[in-house]
Design a protein around this ligand. Structure first.
Ligand code: KG4
Ligand code: ZN
Length: 334
C-alpha cells in the first residue's frame, strides 16, 4: 500500500509544508518570514501571526504540487517541539484538524530529530551508527545516531547556540536578522587570521558560546573608540575571524567525539550546516581522518517540512502516533 504523509513545520520563523510518498519527499514548500529582519531576532508574536497567514496557502500549494488529494493522505505530521509555543500551536492545531476531519493518524515530530533525519531524504544516506553535529539558531548538539529513532546526545551547548552567536555578532555589526548567512558572505573575502577571540573551556563534548559573544562585544567597543569607521573598513576581516573561531570550536569537539567513539560516519545538520566554512572543514577533516562525511542539500539545512516528513515516514512505519490532545512541547528533548 502507498504511504502518503502531509508534514507541517512551524516551530520558528519558517512556515513550511511537505508531502512524502513512500519515503520520498515530493514537494517541500517553505515561506520564510521577513518580518523579523529589523528586530535582530525572531519576535514570537509576529512569528505566530505570520504562520497563521501563511499556513493555508502553503499547505494547499504543497498538496497541489505533489498532486496528492487530501483523501489520499495516510497520516498528517507536525513539529511538536522544540520551538516557540505560539508558533508550534499554529502547525499543531492545523494538523489536528486535518487528522480529525480525515480520520487519519497524527504524528508528532521532534524538530531536532528531523534535522538529523534530513540526511535520509537524498543520497548518500549515512550508515548507522553515525555522529551528527546539529547546529541551528536554537541548538548545538553532538548526537550519536544509533538508528532512525534512536539517538543519544553526547554533548551540547551550555548556553547560546552557535547560530545565535552568528546572529548576535551580525547584530553588533549592524546587519539584519538572520545574520549567519551574511557573516558567511562577508567572510569569503576576509582574512580569518586578522583577529583572535578567547574561548571558554567546557568539559566533555559540551560547548559554550556566550563568552565569545561578550568578547566580540568588548572587542568592537574598543576598536570603535579608536576608529569609528572600524566596522565599515574591516567587516570582511571581522566576519572571517569570527567565523573561523566559531567553526574551530565546533570542529574541535566533533573530532574528539568521533575519536572517542571510534565512529567514521560523520554528518552535519541544521541551519548553520549551510555555512561554507563548516562544509569545507568537514570535507577536509573527512579526508584527513578517513571519515565518510554527509552534508545536507541547502534546501534541507535551514527549517523545512521536508525533514519533518522524512521523520514522520519512519514514525509511521514504527506506528508511533500521538493522540488529538498531544500538546506542543517548546522544550521537547531529543
Ligand atoms: O535550523 P534553523 O533554520 O532554525 C533553527 O532551528 O534554529 O537555523 C537557523 C540558524 C540561524 O541562526 C542562521 O543565522 C543560521 O542558521 N545560518 C547560518 C548560515 N545559514 C543559516 N549560519 C552561518 N552560516 C550560514 N551560511
Ligand atoms: Zn531548525
Amino acid at each position: 500500500m502507498d504511504i502518503n504523509i502531509l508534514a507541517i513545520e512551524s516551530s520558528c520563523d519558517e512556515t513550511s509544508a511537505a508531502v512524502i510518498h513512500n519515503g520520498k519527499v515530493i514537494n517541500n514548500i517553505i515561506a520564510t518570514q521577513s518580518v523579523h529582519e529589523n528586530f535582530g531576532g525572531v519576535v514570537p508574536e509576529l512569528a505566530s501571526r505570520a504562520h497563521q497567514q501563511n499556513i493555508i496557502p502553503i499547505i494547499d500549494e504543497a498538496l497541489l504540487g505533489a498532486n496528492i488529494k487530501k483523501t489520499s493522505l495516510n497520516a498528517v505530521a507536525f513539529t511538536q517541539g522544540p520551538g516557540l509555543l505560539g508558533a508550534l500551536l499554529v502547525g499543531s492545531s492545523f494538523a489536528k484538524a486535518f487528522a480529525l476531519a480525515l480520520d487519519i493518524p497524527l504524528i508528532g515530530v521532534n524538530h531536532m530529530q528531523a534535522h538529523i533525519l534530513a540526511h535520509f531524504i537524498d543520497d548518500p544516506k549515512p550508515a548507522f551508527p553515525f555522529i551528527c553535529l546539529t547546529v541551528s539558531g536554537g541548538h548545538t548538539q553532538i548526537v550519536l545516531v544509533k538508528d532512525y529513532l534512536d539517538m543519544e546526545i553526547l554533548g551540547q551547548t551550555l548556553d547560546d547556540a552557535v547560530g545565535e552567536a552568528f546572529d548576535k555578532t551580525a547584530k553588533l555589526l549592524g546587519l539584519p536578522y538572520p545574520g549567519g548567512p551574511l557573516i558567511d558572505q562577508y567572510a569569503q573575502t576576509g582574512n580569518p587570521e586578522a583577529f583572535t577571540f578567547p574561548e571558554t573551556s567546557v568539559p566533555g563534548f559540551n560547548y559554550s558560546f556566550s563568552g565569545i559573544k561578550t568578547a566580540i562585544l568588548y572587542f568592537l567597543r574598543d576598536k570603535l573608540q579608536e576608529n569609528p569607521a572600524f566596522v565599515e573598513e574591516r567587516i570582511h576581516d571581522i566576519c572571517a575571524s569570527v567565523q573561523r573561531k566559531l567553526i574551530d570550536m565546533l570542529m574541535g569537539k566533533l573530532k574528539k567525539a568521533a575519536k572517542k567513539y571510534g565512529i567514521g560516519h560523520i554528518a552535519i545538520s541544521g541551519g548553520v550546516s549551510a555555512n561554507s566554512e563548516l562544509r569545507k572543514r568537514i570535507a577536509e577533516e573527512g579526508l584527513r581522518n578517513n571519515w565518510f562525511t554527509y552534508v545536507p542539500a541547502f534546501e534541507y539545512c535551514t527549517d523545512n517540512a521536508g525533514m519533518i516528513a522524512m521523520a514522520a515516514h519512519f514514525k509511521y512505519l514504527a506506528r508511533d502516533f500521538v493522540s488529538l490532545d498531544a500538546f506542543p512541547m517548546p522544550r521537547m528533548k531529543l
